[in-house]
Design a protein around this ligand. Structure first.
Ligand code: CA
Ligand code: CA
Length: 115
C-alpha cells in the first residue's frame, strides 16, 4: 500500500515531464488493481476512496464521462493521462491543500491517515 505513496511526489512548477509521467504511472498502476492495463469503473470507484481529494471529489462516473474518449467503458493509460493533464490545475490545488508543509510530499499526511 505504501509502495506508491513513497514514490508519489508533487511535481514542482519547474517540473520535468518525465517525472509527471512517472508519477501518473504510479497512480494508474495503483488504480489498476487486476493489472490488465485498463482501469474500469469498479477499480476507479475503489481508487477514489483513496484519491477523492486528488480528483477534486469528482464521482467515478464524471471521470469516466470526461476521460473515456472512445466510450469502451475502460480508461486506458492514454485516456487516464489525458484526463489528468486536462485537470492538472485542479489536481495541483488538491495536492497543495493536502501538502500542508509544502515539501511536495503527501507521504506523511497520507501515512498518518492510514494508521
Ligand atoms: Ca484493471
Ligand atoms: Ca476508453
Amino acid at each position: 500500500m505504501l509502495r506508491w505513496l513513497r514514490g508519489f511526489v508533487l511535481p514542482t512548477a519547474a517540473c520535468q515531464d518525465d517525472e509527471d509521467y512517472f508519477n501518473y504511472g504510479i497512480l494508474f498502476q495503483d488504480l489498476d488493481r487486476n493489472g490488465d492495463g485498463v482501469v474500469d469503473i469498479i477499480e476507479l470507484r475503489e481508487g477514489l476512496k483513496n484519491w477523492s481529494s486528488t480528483f477534486g471529489m469528482h464521482s467515478e462516473k464524471d471521470i469516466f464521462k470526461a476521460g473515456d474518449t472512445n466510450d469502451d467503458s475502460k480508461l486506458d493509460f492514454k485516456e487516464f493521462l489525458q484526463y489528468l493533464k486536462d485537470h492538472e490545475k485542479k489536481m495541483r490545488l488538491a495536492f497543495n491543500s493536502l501538502d500542508k508543509n509544502n515539501d511536495g510530499l503527501l507521504v506523511t499526511l497520507l501515512s498518518r491517515d492510514l494508521i
